[in-house]
Design a protein around this ligand. Structure first.
Ligand SMILES: Nc1nc2c(c(=O)[nH]1)N[C@H]1C(S)=C(S)[C@@H](COP(=O)(O)OP(=O)(O)OC[C@H]3O[C@@H](n4cnc5c(=O)[nH]c(N)nc54)[C@H](O)[C@@H]3O)O[C@H]1N2
Ligand SMILES: Nc1nc2c(c(=O)[nH]1)N[C@H]1C(S)=C(S)[C@@H](COP(=O)(O)OP(=O)(O)OC[C@H]3O[C@@H](n4cnc5c(=O)[nH]c(N)nc54)[C@H](O)[C@@H]3O)O[C@H]1N2
Ligand code: SF4
Ligand SMILES: [Mo]
Length: 727
């Protein structure tokens, strides 16, 4: 193994890792004359073993994109019209305005939205929440409501905060519900080699993919089609079969679970015939999957986006956890378990902790914060509200909510009502085009990092440190230093120190940054070196000596859930008020936003060459035909729609036109179109603006009555639309 790497900015090969998605693939970057000129897979990376996708190398084109923002920019005209200013001028004005808003209207008038790429930046974790708290603000928005809130809700309700992960390396039956890991490279489970892992499972057992579309993953393994937004019924059908046929693990339930009886009784309100009719899967097929799942000693049920933004997304994810639990496949080899987090100390315990959900609610709509994240669905309302402490200032870092949330056109109107808006980004995008200032961020090649978010989703825990490959280009700065400077200028404590240390230590750690703090946590953590007490343990220095990654050992991952359990006796909880209320809603009201007989259920897709809204300025990734609306041949025939013809999709508040692709890959009654497109020409990405996709989210709804009451998540998959041919 080649452990000798060039130091920051030096010509030669640098070992680093990709931070575009959760796979965190190992990369080898070649630097010449101070620039990254080539990116290849790091064949020696202990997790990704030489796997990368096309986006990793194309990140160099993002970094070197002539349209990248490399200097602080001040808006000097309409949306998207900016001129270069100095950091000093930008920071002076931003801080004066934020200070005045806090003084006059209170901290709650100031919000932040931190987008997806920051989940992979070890330099960001939790820091923005601390920054807001020091201002007296709880207005922390993220994409969670369009992503993981349902999972977070379910996990914290049943167990405690964290993520349940499937033991992919060891299971023999892998039930995937609403995820497409061969294109997404897996979410909420770190699995860069997931294709090899799933091939091995298929060899020794079975991989079943429940999806309304014959995806790449479904095609390779066993596909079980389902109608969008009906998984709640499919899962109720599975669980009823498990209970009715006594496929439960009674000993595990007796020792470890409370609330089984009321949970089981509630399921009786959803008989399997009803479940089958609603989700479109024959009774025998539901029963077979239940029997096969329970019958394999090592089986794991796993789901991602396809179940998370559904009309009962939170309850659906409770049922997925319940399926793993009642069949005795939770916390065991080959089942699913709570990922270990080596940043936590050995003494960590959640015993007796309250459920954080609903401790904070949105001021408009009364929707719960999930894990401290407010649903972005209400941002426009919060800005446009009449209340004295309405949102007047917003910092958007690494996000594009105008495109990533439903009804973005309304958010665009609202953003123009802010007194001050700051963007921190690599680009001028559809959202920060309205900012007063855009501050230039570093790409991952220009900063050091450790995995933080992903570490507890690793079935095979491993630590990777990446030094900076090159110094920040232009005047780009890391997000943490931007927030630290704003805090200092406003006379507030260092948000990084606030995140990790008790108050009496903040002054002493005025200049400490994220990597300093993470080192502290690792060394004191459950796998740490405890400053010499455990010489075999981890420290940042030790991790740095292993540029291709180092395995985290000495953690009993399967039993890790026990220290995360909130229940006073450390048990799993299948019944509480929120679950009861949602079961009642489901059995009395049925599905929210169920398509009428002449409507179709619109759901999304991802493709390997794209990541959400932001790599569309790169020619390699967007060349070719624009995205099309996939429609089933029967639905197309009914509407006189020919393959390739333009169609109009009519959503809640708006309509849009795109080409149709007639294909049996999507189930009858549904249509499929990806999100992240529809660049409206105001952002300054020339190539992206030439693409012909539409912003599908603008057809969907953020209205309070349309979102999931338990999480504030909008319905993104299964939204009812009308589709007609354009003559
Ligand atoms: N190439 C690429 N990779 C990515 C991303 C990207 O944009 N591009 N995004 C990253 C991000 S931010 C995330 S969160 C992850 C997401 O990771 P995944 O969840 O694995 O990604 P998706 O492709 O959205 O998979 C969701 C699947 O659910 C299916 N589905 C839709 N509606 C339903 C339903 O009602 N029921 C069921 N059972 N299935 C349904 C869809 O057809 C789709 O195949 O991917 C990450 N990786
Ligand atoms: N209909 C529909 N909508 C969806 C989804 C869906 O499946 N269907 N998926 C949802 C999901 S899972 C997610 S995660 C959200 C994503 O939603 P967002 O996070 O709001 O949006 P992104 O498109 O990821 O935009 C990321 C921005 O960060 C910038 N950026 C990239 N790297 C960095 C960096 O290192 N630092 C800084 N400061 N900026 C950087 C990019 O230029 C871009 O402008 O979209 C959601 N929206
Ligand atoms: S799968 Fe692609 S985008 Fe994701 S981390 Fe690996 S190289 Fe990067
Ligand atoms: Mo996401």
């Amino acid at each position: 193994m080649n452990n000798i790497v060039a130091s920051t900015g030096q010509d030669g090969e640098h070992i680093t890792y990709c931070r575009i998605c959760e796979a965190l693939c190992g990369l080898k970057a070649t630097v010449k004359d101070g620039k990254v000129v080539k990116v290849e897979p790091d064949k020696d990376n202990i997790s990704s073993k030489g796997f990368i996708c096309t986006k990793g190398p194309n990140m160099v084109n993002v970094m070197n994109d002539p349209e990248r923002v490399l200097y602080p920019m001040k808006r000097t005209g309409g949306p998207g019209e900016f001129s270069r200013v100095s950091w000093e001028e930008a920071m002076d004005d931003i801080c004066t305005k934020l200070g005045a808003i806090k003084e006059e209207h209170g901290g709650e008038s100031i919000a932040a939205y931190v987008g997806n790429p920051m989940a992979f930046a070890g330099n960001n974790y939790g820091m923005v929440i601390s920054f807001l708290n020091s201002l007296g603000s709880t207005q922390n928005y993220t994409p969670c409501a369009v992503d993981i809130s349902a999972v977070c809700f379910a996990t914290e309700t049943v167990l405690g905060p964290g993520f349940p992960i499937p033991d992919i390396p060891n299971c023999d039956y892998f039930l995937i519900i609403g995820a497409n890991p061969l294109e997404s490279h897996a979410s909420l489970v770190h699995a860069p080699t997931i294709r090899e892992d799933m091939d091995a499972i298929a060899e020794r057992g079975q991989v079943v993919v429940v999806d309304p579309r014959l995806t790449k993953t479904a095609k390779r393994y066993h596909h079980q089609p389902i109608l969008p937004n009906t998984d709640i019924y499919f899962l109720a059908g599975l669980l009823n079969t498990v209970f009715d046929e006594s496929l439960t693990d009674e000993q595990f339930l007796a020792e470890n679970v409370v609330g089984v009886e009321p949970f089981r009784n509630a399921l009786k309100g959803l008989p399997i015939e009803l479940c089958s009719e609603q989700c479109g899967i024959p009774v025998e097929d539901i029963q077979k999957i239940a029997r096969d799942f329970a019958g394999h000693k090592r089986a794991a049920a796993y789901s991602r986006l396809g179940t998370s933004r559904a009309s009962y997304g939170a309850l659906t994810n409770v049922l997925i956890m319940a399926l793993n639990i009642v069949t005795g496949k939770f916390g065991v080899k080959g089942g699913s378990f709570m990922g270990a987090n080596p940043y936590l100390p050995e003494s960590f315990s959640n015993r007796g902790a309250p459920n954080s959900h609903g401790m904070q609610k949105t001021r408009t709509g009364d929707l719960p914060a999930i894990g401290g994240h407010l649903p972005g669905t209400v941002m426009a309302d919060e800005i446009l509200s009449e209340r004295a402490d309405r949102l007047r200032a917003m910092i958007v870092s690494a996000g594009n909510p105008v495109v990533s949330f439903p009804d973005g056109s309304r958010l665009e109107e609202a953003l123009q009502q802010l007194d001050v808006m700051v963007g921190i980004d690599l680009y001028i995008n559809e959202t920060n085009q309205y900012a007063d200032y855009i501050l230039p961020a570093t790409s991952f090649f220009e900063r050091e990092d450790l995995p933080v978010f992903s570490i507890s989703t690793m079935p095979r825990p491993a630590m990777h440190f990446s030094p900076k490959v090159i110094d920040p280009m232009g005047e780009a700065r890391e997000e943490q230093y931007i927030f630290m400077e704003i805090a200092e200028r406003l006379g507030l404590p260092n948000p990084v120190a606030m995140t990790f240390l008790p108050e009496d230590m903040w002054e002493q750690h005025k200049k400490s940054d994220m990597i300093d703090m993470l080192d502290l946590c690792i060394r004191n953590g459950m796998a740490g070196d405890h400053y010499g007490e455990n010489p075999e343990g981890l420290s940042l220095d030790k991790i740095k000596q292993h540029p291709h990654g180092i395995e985290v050992t000495g953690i009993d991952s399967y039993n890790e859930w026990r220290r995360h359990a909130r229940h006073e006796e450390g048990k799993l909880v299948l019944w509480e008020d929120n679950i009861a209320a949602d079961f009642k809603r489901l059995t009395t009201e049925g599905l929210r936003l169920k398509p009428a007989s002449d409507q179709l259920a619109l759901f999304g897709r991802r493709s390997i060459k794209n990541i959400n809204s932001w790599m569309h300025n790169i020619e390699n990734l967007v060349k070719g035909a624009p995205p099309a609306l996939y429609i089933n041949p029967e639905d197309a025939e009914q509407r006189n729609i020919q393959d390739g013809q333009m169609v109009v999709i009519k959503g809640k508040n708006r309509e849009a036109q795109c080409p149709a692709k007639v294909t049996g890959d999507v189930v009858k009654g549904s249509v499929c179109y990806p999100h992240g497109w529809g660049h409206n020409g105001k952002a300054n990405w020339t190539r992206a603006n030439q693409t012909e996709g539409i912003n599908i989210n603008d057809l969907l709804s953020s209205d309070i009555e349309d979102v999931d009451a338990l999480t504030g998540s909008p319905l993104l998959d299964g939204f009812p639309v009308y589709v007609e041919a354009v003559s």
